[in-house]
Design a protein around this ligand. Sequence first.
Ligand code: BGC
Length: 509
Amino acid sequence: MQWWRDAVFYRVYVPSFTDSDGDGLGDLPGIRNRLGYLELLGVDALCLSPICPSPMADHGYDVTDPRDVDRRWGSLPAFDALLTDAHAHGLRLVVDLVPRHTSEGHNWFRAALASAPGSSERARYHFRPGRGDGGAAPPNDWPSVFGGPAWTREPVSDDADGDDGRREWYLHLFSSAQPDLDWTHGEVRADLETTLRFWLERGVDGVRIDVAHGLCPPADLPDLAGDPRLDQDAVHDVHRTIRAILDGYTGRMAVGGVAVAAPERLARYVRPDELHLAVDVVLAHAPFDADGVRKVIEGCLTAVGAVGAPATWMLADHDVVRPVSRHGGGPAGLARARAMALVQLALPGAAFLYNGDELGLPDGAVPVEARRDLVWTHPEDSRDGSRVPLPWDDTLPGLGFTAGSSWLPIPDAYAALCAATQLEDTDSTLSLYRQALELRRTHAGFRGGKPEWFDGPSGCFAFRRAGTSLVCVLNASSAPVPLPAGDILLVSGPLEYGLLPPDTAAWLS
Ligand code: BGC
């Protein structure tokens, strides 16, 4: 049973979902308390942000032990209880694994720093001598994804004899607190297998592989010419190994976070013996423009279709600005985000929702002094805005997120967007998502084939799911447009005199 092929996954950003113990941070028992909400929402699976022990330099994407639960979130028994209850609510559960780097606090990395250049302890990472005078320049010219060089020189050791030139550099495509592992090392690969089996034996339905395109840079770490850092052929062998392990269990899946240059490159990750799904950020970066969105959709469907894999659609996650804000904020931003949700959920394949998008949350403005995303060195902003905790109930302290002091400030404007209020309001964004997810489950049109596009007014698109009567229309133009023939199933905003207004989408049958 390939349940993931058209599943709706709900990404839970664990620190920001629900706090059960008043420490201001979300946790596993908090998620457990909300399973009824998620069942009511109508998603198929939860995908948790990383829960393993971590010093939180990158909020869990820097792991010290991939086979335990950080005490901030709970414990292994708390995880098991969540998994059991999720299954009882008909929800599947996926955990996020971060295999490409460890935390600088991982025992392997500490042992590496404590050992001499050339030692076996260093061989699990990419340590290299520097270039230039005294090795003072990084070994190559690679930048980190977070800004600055992708290399950090090892600190001066306590027993330094004054020979600075022996100090090596280590590679980190993300922050210096996230040293990159060397995937040609047998122990690195064996450790991932142990980790996969650990979570699969506990009963998880799937795993997310973080930065799945970024495991295997060329061994000689050449200077930039193109971008040798990511999406190298050797990585596919790792994914074949992952797939072989998953195939030993029933009904389990792996989804990769894959950010590559073109849909054809993405499709290579979901070939029949590799990952089941790959999620890219292209749709989450696409402007609100009918032609542009259609181009992304068609490119992706053609590419993954060629390898027999389903597409995976994502409009947002904890790394990008929330759709409401990205599309301009205010009523227009919300209208566009709602319209795009109907487009996303009408497409064939799997969908990833990001927690809070079902409430129509904009990004929370986080003042510089309250920022927590400290590894993100790009000047324009941190990623904190989309990580602000969710508002549940405006009659409770901390809007029902926490009885304590929230780890990121929750803006006053979130009080009007609480889940409890939206559940009672049939026009709310939450109600729109609930209706859309219900239709997606029950209407035969959503089991139809690829979109068949038909011509419409400029700035709009419409497609029919092949072999069915289900039609999705998007009006991204600035004028109201007539709807095609058919019964309206759902509209993302009110019609104007029977016309589909700008910034609105509709489903018809
Ligand atoms: C995660 C980011 C993280 C990065 C490095 C990405 O896939 O979504 O939040 O900073 O990986 O681990």
